[in-house]
Every structure is written in structure tokens, then in C-alpha cells.
Design a binder for this molecule. Structure first.
Ligand SMILES: Nc1ncnc2c1ncn2[C@@H]1O[C@H](COP(=O)(O)OP(=O)(O)OP(=O)(O)O)[C@@H](O)[C@H]1O
Length: 252
């Protein structure tokens, strides 16, 4: 079994009387490509916030392979190689595409001349198909390129674990598919661990090998796409029979 990159143990996040994430445990291993699905309000983004230091859990623990990260802030997570995107793209519109990626590098406090194997902003932009736009202001690029640039900013922190929150939202079907192929290449070619929240479930299930399903803050399934689409709890809570029938063709 690959190395455990992040061990999440019984993480709960409460907002007053509302339990947004309810005792979720999971171990994320090096090189995994994992999807997270679930209905609106299931707790997916709050779960990401908890495992990236944005929202300290109310209870439960988070450990990297070497350290206890519980209660630490986002910089600490970034320094441990954990990076994320946000549901609303947060690029700097007046800065060039290249400088947006450089900003990510500074956020993690690591510089280009750092340890061997770290990618330069040129390599990151080439990987994302944005190299030809490097000197353009981020405001000039299309919405789908802005989504890619947000991934580029996260990659600028040189992560081992990349958390993607609905990076394909609002894209056309063809754009979602192209995005999924690039995300897969980040894992295949660069060896990153990627966890991807997306509502475009059919596409997601085609590209990931493992799926966590959240419902009312709880993890109700954790398995291969083929297992998850056949799981009666998942069908009842989220997918519905029709979706399960459609997805089986894609994952069988
Ligand atoms: N800062 C907050 N304060 C209070 N309640 C919150 C806060 N953030 C999230 N919630 C609530 O927690 C629950 C889970 O929200 P969350 O955004 O994590 O779900 P989600 O699965 O990501 O939903 P979506 O698919 O719509 O993005 C919701 O009921 C939401 O209203």
C-alpha cells in the first residue's frame, strides 16, 4: 500500500447547532486520484476547509506522514505539501498569469531554486496549457482558463496533495472532460495525490479510482466508482436509479 499522506480521523465541524461534517475518517495515500460527491450542503467544502487548515475541526484529528496538523493554519498545511482551490476562483485579475502562479510559490514560502524536483512556473503553465498566456493579465483569459490558473496557483505551492473544489463548475461538457484529463495527468506524470469535489458526477466517475460520498456531513461510502454507483445508500441519498444505470456503463 502507498504511503499515507494525510490521515483524517473522526473529523467533525459544527457551526452552532449545525453539524456540517460529522465524524469523517479517511486515509489519503500517495498517488491516489479521489473524487468527493454528495448533494448540496452535504459538507464537501467544509470537509476541504477542515483538511486544509482553513477551518479547524471541532473534534477529530489530522496527521501528515510526519506531523500532527490538527488545529494548525493554512500556511502550515501548505508547508506540508497540501494545497487547495476555492469554489469561487481567487485569481488576481490585474496580475499576469505567470505572476499568479508565482504568488502561489510565495504563499508556501518556498522558492524556485528549492529542492530538486520542484516545478518552475513555466512547467506548471505548460502542464495546464496556459504557457501562451503567461504574460497576459489574468482578467483577459476565459473562465475555463481562469479555473486552470487557480489550479496553477495551488501547484505553485509545490503540493503533494492537491484539493480541487468544483474547478469544473460552469464549464461546458467538453471543457469538463479536458479539465479531467489534465487533472489525471497531474497524478500520472507528476505523481500528485488529487482529491476532487465536483457535481459533474458522470465525468468525475470516469476519471477517479476512488470516491468518497458525503451525505448530511457523514461519509456514507468510500470505494471504487463501480462500487459506489451500486451502493443502495448512495443511490437513495444522491445518485438515483437513472444515474446509477448511466454510470455503470462508464465504470464497468
Ligand atoms: N461558515 C459557516 N457557518 C455556518 N454554516 C455553514 C458555514 N459553512 C457551511 N455551513 C453549512 O454547512 C453545511 C455544509 O455546507 P458545505 O458548503 O460544506 O456543503 P457542500 O457539500 O460543499 O455544498 P455545495 O455542493 O452546495 O457546495 C450547509 O448546511 C451550510 O449551510
Amino acid at each position: 500500500m502507498a504511503e499515507a499522506l494525510l490521515t483524517i480521523d473522526a473529523v467533525t465541524v459544527r457551526f452552532g447547532g449545525l453539524t456540517a461534517v460529522d465524524g469523517v475518517s479517511a486515509t489519503l495515500h500517495t498517488g491516489e486520484l479521489i473524487g468527493i460527491i454528495g448533494p448540496n450542503g452535504a459538507g464537501k467544502t467544509t470537509f476541504f476547509n477542515a483538511i486544509s487548515g482553513v477551518q479547524p475541526p471541532t473534534s477529530g484529528t489530522l496527521h501528515s506522514s510526519t506531523d500532527n496538523l490538527t488545529g494548525k493554519g493554512p500556511h502550515h498545511y501548505a508547508a506540508h505539501g497540501i494545497a487547495r482551490t476555492f469554489q469561487t476562483p481567487r485569481v488576481f485579475p490585474d496580475m499576469t498569469v505567470r505572476d499568479n502562479v508565482r504568488f502561489g510559490m510565495q504563499f508556501a514560502g518556498r522558492h524556485r531554486q528549492g529542492p530538486e524536483g520542484l516545478r518552475s512556473e513555466g512547467e506548471i503553465l505548460a502542464m495546464l496549457g496556459l504557457a501562451h498566456l503567461a504574460d497576459r493579465p489574468a482578467a483577459d483569459v476565459t473562465p475555463s482558463q481562469q479555473r486552470l490558473l487557480e489550479i496553477g496557483m495551488a501547484l505553485g505551492t509545490r503540493p503533494r496533495l492537491l484539493l480541487l473544489d468544483e474547478v469544473a463548475a460552469g464549464l461546458t461538457e467538453a471543457e469538463v472532460d479536458a479539465m479531467a484529463q489534465r487533472i489525471r495527468r497531474l497524478r500520472d506524470d507528476w505523481g500528485l495525490t488529487v482529491v476532487w469535489i465536483e457535481h459533474a458526477v458522470a465525468t468525475l466517475l470516469k476519471y477517479v479510482e476512488r470516491v468518497l460520498v458525503l451525505h448530511q456531513g457523514r461519509k456514507i461510502a468510500d470505494g471504487t466508482p463501480a462500487e459506489v454507483v451500486r451502493d443502495p445508500h448512495v443511490i437513495e441519498a444522491y445518485l438515483g436509479d437513472e444515474m446509477a444505470a448511466n454510470s455503470e456503463g462508464a465504470t464497468a
